[in-house]
Design a protein. Structure first.
Length: 156
């Protein structure tokens, strides 16, 4: 990024790289303070979206829809089993895959309608609300990290 390029809001991969591969999050030597976290969150929320990330995400969605169109099925077949299969992966860093798996009916087939249909604005609002809740959980965890507990202050 040059000095003339704005800070952008990226789609992040699990390894800390942006989907566009033009930005990365440096490995933290220490967790940010709650104030640093708030400042970064505010800056990110106010930033324009990265067009390259969005075009690439649309391309991935299109490719997935094309695979689904002529696939001879999917495996695992149920959404619960699929989410459960991710419990030993890095996706647990971003998603509570065990809770998602439990929330799915055990025999419900995986639903791929959103790959081929227009996205529902209410669903997008729900996703953004989940992001906000996750951001608050991460902030609360940072506060717990940086604020000494009462037990440690009184030596117990």
């Amino acid at each position: 990024m040059t000095d003339s390029e704005p800070i952008l809001r990226h789609v992040w991969l699990l390894d800390g790289r942006s989907l566009c591969d033009l930005s990365s999050r440096p490995a933290e030597l220490r967790p940010p303070t709650p104030e640093e976290f708030d400042a970064e969150s505010a800056t990110t929320e106010a930033a324009p979206a990265c067009t390259a990330c969005l075009l690439l995400a649309a391309n991935v969605r299109r490719d997935a829809a094309a695979i689904l169109r002529d696939a001879r099925g999917v495996w695992p077949q149920t959404a619960a089993a699929t989410w459960g299969s991710l419990t030993a992966t890095r996706w647990t860093q971003r998603l509570d895959v065990e809770a998602i798996a439990r929330s799915e009916p055990a025999d419900a087939l995986a639903d791929f309608d959103t790959l081929v249909l227009a996205l529902d604005p209410a669903e997008l609002d729900r996703i953004r609300a989940e992001w906000a809740a996750d951001r608050q959980r991460r902030r609360d965890a940072l506060i717990a990290y940086w604020v000494p507990s009462q037990d440690s202050e009184d030596g117990t």
